[in-house]
Design a binder for this molecule. Structure first.
Ligand code: GLN
Length: 229
């Protein structure tokens, strides 16, 4: 299970959410604290953010080995960031195009989990054969406005699936919990969604399983998904 993180708010540097926190994504790549599936996230990483449109920097290597990216991350600033570190599911390809975030040109989308690709009807080219890329292509086809319905349907078709999604389009974040953890931190300057807290602030909200999370300028909204227990 990978770890992902999203930011929506005032422009902040990528480094301030990925590298600087005591248990930020960098530390989560080798010492995650809440990970239930897998031990390290060393099979790649991706950082996406918006300026006029989506920008991405992805790799098939461990985040901790990329001193070049760490050196530029303090200068990359955005009000909407979607980042992930990857622990590949057995049998899945290890290539930079298999690292989240995936994009359709409008959204940046990450998937924590696993899904049987056979239950996904693909109607457009996925960026990789990895299950997460095929799932992303399906979600893009259906439209992010139906994210909650899409996830509940796939969950019904593949009862073993874990379907934690995190997506951003520059002005909002959408996320689902379906089989793994997600936490939210409401800061004065914006909102963080993350697979696990990046520090020990008691304000981190533990999002219940099988929920849709919507973050916009107006705040954070939780909706139970069909099939929630
Ligand atoms: N199944 C996806 C992959 O192989 C995601 C894995 C994960 O969440 N650890 O990349």
């Amino acid at each position: 299970m990978c770890r992902h993180l999203g930011w929506l708010g005032e422009p902040v540097s990528v480094a301030s959410v990925v590298f600087d926190p005591p248990s930020g994504l960098l530390v989560q790549s080798y010492a995650p604290r809440r990970q239930k599936h897998g031990t390290v996230n060393a099979d790649g990483w991706g950082v996406g953010f918006f300026d006029e449109g989506p920008r991405r920097w992805r790799s098939d290597k461990p985040l901790w080995g990329d001193a070049s990216f760490a050196s530029v991350a303090p200068t990359l600033r955005s009000g909407c960031i979607v980042a992930a570190v990857r622990s590949a599911t057995v049998g899945m390809p290890i290539e930079s195009s298999a690292s989240a975030p995936f994009t359709d040109g409008s959204w940046l989308l990450s998937h924590n989990g696993v899904v049987d690709r056979a239950v996904l009807p693909v109607t457009r080219d996925a960026e990789s054969t990895v299950d997460s890329a095929v799932l992303a292509a399906h979600i893009f086809d259906r439209g992010l406005g139906s994210l909650g319905e899409t996830i509940a349907e796939i969950g019904a078709r593949d009862p073993g699936a874990r379907l934690n999604i995190l997506a951003g389009d520059g002005s909002r974040l959408l996320a689902t919990t379906w089989g793994d953890t997600l936490f939210a931190l409401d800061r004065a300057d914006g909102v963080v969604l993350a697979s696990e807290p990046y520090d020990d602030d008691p304000a981190w909200l533990d999002i219940p399983d099988r929920h849709l999370v919507e973050v916009a300028a107006t705040g954070l909204k939780l909706t139970p998904l069909k099939g929630s227990r």
